[in-house]
Ligand binder design. Sequence first.
Ligand code: A3D
Length: 320
Amino acid sequence: MARDKIGLIGSGQIGGTLAHLIGLKELGDVVMFDIADGVPQGKSLDIAQSSPVEGFDARLTGANSYEALEGASVCIVTAGVPRKPGMSRDDLLGINLKVMEQVGAGIRKYAPDAFVICITNPLDAMVWALQKASGLPAKKVVGMAGVLDSSRFRYFLADEFNVSVEDVTAFVLGGHGDSMVPLVKYSTVAGIPLPDLVKMGWTSQARIDEIVDRTRNGGAEIVNLLKTGSAFYAPAASAIAMAESFLRDKKRVLPCAAYLNGEFGVYDMYVGVPVVIGAKGVERIVEIELAGRDREAFDKSVAAVQGLVDACKKIAPDLL
Ligand code: A3D
């Protein structure tokens, strides 16, 4: 069986890490694309030269033309400008919207059958714009945010309880970052929900609140430490989990920015919800019942995403 071709649109910090992980995991051949001349070529050659040491077989190439993406079965989009300290995700909107229009046109022309994962910020609005610009079916275009947010949450919880990260599950909904909605009652250690762990004296509600807050601001914490650029190891690993579930038809249940048209009472918007990812793309949206404070927080998060989508519609009315 021929290897899958994975197109990485954007070969910056996340793009490079994606290419490395794809090689190490032998998920397929990689085409790195970027507008910066030499960057995708240099990074792909560097990673290819690590393959004899690591013992993986994959063809890695770099390109500055969309043609190179021809026939890709997965495209992961990081093209755009990352956040700088003091810059909000929303400041990025205007610049990255234009990039999504170009990228969408390239995917439509050369990789119309691909499963597309968008990472570019502001995520929930950019994945919406990318789906419109590419014209691909909504179940083949998803945004990566929830896997990262829940991974951060899981890491902090494992650290708090001094248990393996493998035994901590987390459930997050809503938009990326500040407006994310962690569902504490569905987050567990070995199946024991967090509220029970509070009752068992493992932690306090105040500590859980602090951890939720740190998770919400997880991206900004790293931006402030790095001073230039934003997080890239964990975002890349999160997108790889989504790509792997598609390529290997694993049908994992992962929180992703998925297109909602009626589910959760949301229409024509991408919002973070749990979905099943398999060979057909988003095969199912897991629509849990939301009530009380969780519903309120979700609605607030949806309103924040709606604001960004409305801004996109104003800047680029032809996307509709
Ligand atoms: P960076 O290292 O700057 O890479 C971006 C790459 O995009 C650069 O190599 C640019 O040359 C390239 N680029 C710019 N314009 C175009 C274009 N029109 N066509 C093709 N390539 C282009 O950034 P990064 O890899 O650190 O981050 C990439 C994106 O991911 C940014 O928008 C970040 O804000 C975003 N991000 C999202 C998350 C989420 O959880 C959603 C987390 C971390 C970063």
